[in-house]
Design a protein around this ligand. Structure first.
Ligand code: SF4
Length: 227
C-alpha cells in the first residue's frame, strides 16, 4: 500500500463525508488495517460499516485484565456476530507480576504508569506490521481530541491512523446504532458515556463532559494511546 498518501488533502476532503463512505474509499486502497476495539458505541459502528464495505481489516482489543465484567461479556456478543479476526492483546506483566514489581493497585497511585504498562506498550504489538489503524475517537469527546484529523500519519507507530467518526456527535452515533441494529455496550445506558477499566471509570453526572468519569481526581484525560 502507498505509504506517501497526501493525508492532509484526504482529511480536508473528508470533513463533510459520511464515515461509511470514508471506510469504503479506504477499502479501495487495499492494505491491511486493524480496528482498535474498546467496545464503545463508536467502535461497534465502525466494525459494522467496515464489514459492510469490504475493508480488509481485523480487530484488536487491549485486555488490561481490569475491564468491566460487562465488557468481557459484550466481547462474546460482538465477536460472535462479526466473525472477523479478533486479537486479544495482553500486557507483558500479569496483575500479580505488576503488583510484585510496582506495588498493589498501581492505578490508585500512578495511573500514568499503569496505563503505560497495560495499554501504551501493548499497542506497539497490536499495530506492528499493519498499514493503518482505525479508532472511534471524536472531537466532541474532550478538549484533547478537539483537533483530531480524520486521517493522519502516526509517526510513533509508522502507519496511518483513521478516525472516521471524528466530526460526528454522540447523537449521530446513537441514531445509527438504533437505525441499523448495531450492538451497544450495556453500560452506555447505565450512565457511562465513556468506557475504560473498571477501577478508573465511573458514571458521569448530569452536565459533566463525556469523559469526566475517567481517572477522577487525577490530571489525566487520556490513557496515552492517542497522541
Ligand atoms: S485505565 Fe486505570 S486500570 Fe486501566 S490501565 Fe489505565 S490506570 Fe490501569
Amino acid at each position: 500500500m502507498d505509504k506517501a498518501l497526501d493525508v492532509d488533502a484526504y482529511a480536508a476532503r473528508w470533513e463533510t463525508a459520511h464515515p461509511r463512505d470514508i471506510l469504503a474509499e479506504v477499502a479501495g486502497w487495499g492494505g491491511h488495517w486493524t480496528l482498535a476495539m474498546s467496545f464503545q458505541r463508536e467502535d461497534t459502528v465502525i466494525l459494522h460499516w467496515a464489514t459492510m464495505v469490504g475493508l480488509s481489516f481485523d480487530v484488536f482489543w487491549l485486555d488490561t485484565d481490569l475491564l468491566f465484567s460487562e465488557t468481557y461479556a459484550f466481547y462474546e456478543t460482538v465477536q460472535s456476530r462479526y466473525p472477523v479476526l479478533w486479537r486479544r492483546i495482553r500486557p507483558a506483566l500479569s496483575l500479580t507480576d505488576q503488583a510484585a514489581q510496582y506495588g498493589e493497585a498501581l492505578w490508585q497511585r500512578d495511573p500514568h504508569s499503569c496505563c503505560f504498562r497495560r495499554k501504551v506498550e501493548p499497542l506497539f504489538e497490536a499495530l506492528a506490521g499493519y498499514d493503518g489503524w482505525i479508532t472511534g475517537i471524536r472531537r466532541e469527546q474532550s478538549p484533547t481530541r478537539a483537533q483530531a484529523p480524520i486521517i493522519s500519519w502516526d509517526d510513533r507507530h509508522g502507519l496511518y491512523k483513521l478516525n472516521p467518526l471524528a466530526t460526528w456527535t454522540t447523537g449521530q452515533v446513537q441514531a445509527v446504532t438504533e437505525d441499523e441494529g448495531i450492538p451497544v455496550h450495556p453500560l452506555h445506558s447505565q450512565g457511562y458515556p465513556s468506557l475504560g477499566c473498571a477501577p478508573c471509570t465511573r458514571p458521569t453526572r448530569p452536565g459533566e463532559s463525556l469523559r469526566a468519569g475517567r481517572w477522577e481526581g487525577w490530571d489525566k484525560f487520556e490513557c496515552g494511546i492517542h497522541q
